[in-house]
Design a protein around this ligand. Structure first.
Ligand code: T3D
Length: 263
């Protein structure tokens, strides 16, 4: 039997999800999408899971759609859109909406939808040898999986346009300098740093972090006025969670807090 296209590893308080088609730089097939969807649903349903680490097997993170499944015969006119509706868009929406932080550890090239799926995660770190490529223009496509939304917000319109129109690889260190990602690490240190982040999130006030994710995402559509109202409402909600009282008590007692997280 073929190895699963997605590997899931349980850690204390978090899960590691590995895209696992290394011979194709972890390019997406339908089977891989289905397996990833199940893995994300299971992680969400497990209240002991307080963070996710998403990475790739082998030398790449993800090369986007597997183009073997898109080869058309001469005379055929392929029509795309269906896979975005069925798989890529729900995946990006799920990553943004998960009530726990998602860390992408970009271990190698992240191209096409693979790049934009990484950028949809909450914290993106990368090995220094990794690169980010909006490959779409090279094959006559448009950046998808949120790329046209995410890129200008992260790096500004001029850089977003050049990245999308030129489809050139952006080295991880430049991606860090431009604010596309959080940090670039030596390749050998990447996974240790990713695990450190997730272990830290596994002890964090997870419900509060989930509200932070939502507040930041909603800010793009809001006026300052509307966002101030949202912050008032979210703060009220955060304060109702026992983790807030515990955080204040721990501070006053000069000890580490014991947050309940999602339970
Ligand atoms: O429904 C829809 O289709 C819409 C959704 C679209 C989403 C998308 O993601 S569209 C964009 C698809 N992705 C690409 O266009 C990227 C294609 N890949 C590349 O440009 C290069 O592979 C990379 C720049 C990512 C890496 O280059 P390099 O030189 O490091 O590696 P390589 O030799 O090109 O790739 C290694 C192997 O992986 C190779 O196979 P081989 O020759 O050893 O048997 C290569 O064919 C395979 N591979 C890489 N990317 C893909 C792929 N096979 C299928 N699909 C891929 N996307």
């Amino acid at each position: 039997m073929d190895e699963s296209p997605i590997l899931v590893q349980q850690q204390s308080g978090y899960r590691v999800i590995t895209l696992n088609r290394p011979q194709r730089l972890n390019a997406f097939t339908e089977a891989m999408h289905e397996t990833l969807r199940t893995a994300l649903a299971e992680a969400e349903a497990d209240t002991n899971c307080r963070a996710l680490l998403l990475t790739g097997a082998g030398r790449g993170f993800c090369a986007g759609q597997d183009l073997n499944d898109r080869l058309s015969q001469a005379g055929e006119t392929p029509v795309l859109g269906g896979a975005l509706e069925a798989y890529y868009n729900p995946l990006v929406r799920k990553l943004r909406a998960l009530p726990l932080p998602v860390v992408a550890a970009v271990n190698g090239v992240a191209a096409g939808a693979g790049c934009n799926i990484a950028l949809a995660c909450d914290i993106v770190i990368a090995g220094r040898s990794a690169s980010f490529i909006q490959s779409f223009a090279k094959i006559g496509l448009v950046p998808d999986s949120g790329g046209t939304w995410t890129l200008p917000r992260l790096v500004g319109p001029a850089r977003a346009r050049a990245l999308a129109l030129l489809a050139e690889p952006l080295p991880a260190t430049t991606a860090e300098a431009w604010g596309l990602i959080w940090r670039a690490y030596e390749d050998a240190a990447l996974m240790e740093e990713a695990h450190k982040l997730c272990a830290r999130f596994a002890l964090a006030p997870t419900a509060g972090l989930a509200l932070i994710k939502r507040a930041l995402d909603q800010s793009w559509d809001n006026s300052l006025d509307a966002q101030l109202d949202l912050e008032r409402d979210f703060q009220r909600e955060a304060s109702l969670n026992p983790d807030y009282a515990e955080g204040v008590r721990a501070f006053m007692e000069k000890r580490a807090p014991r947050f309940a997280g999602r339970s």
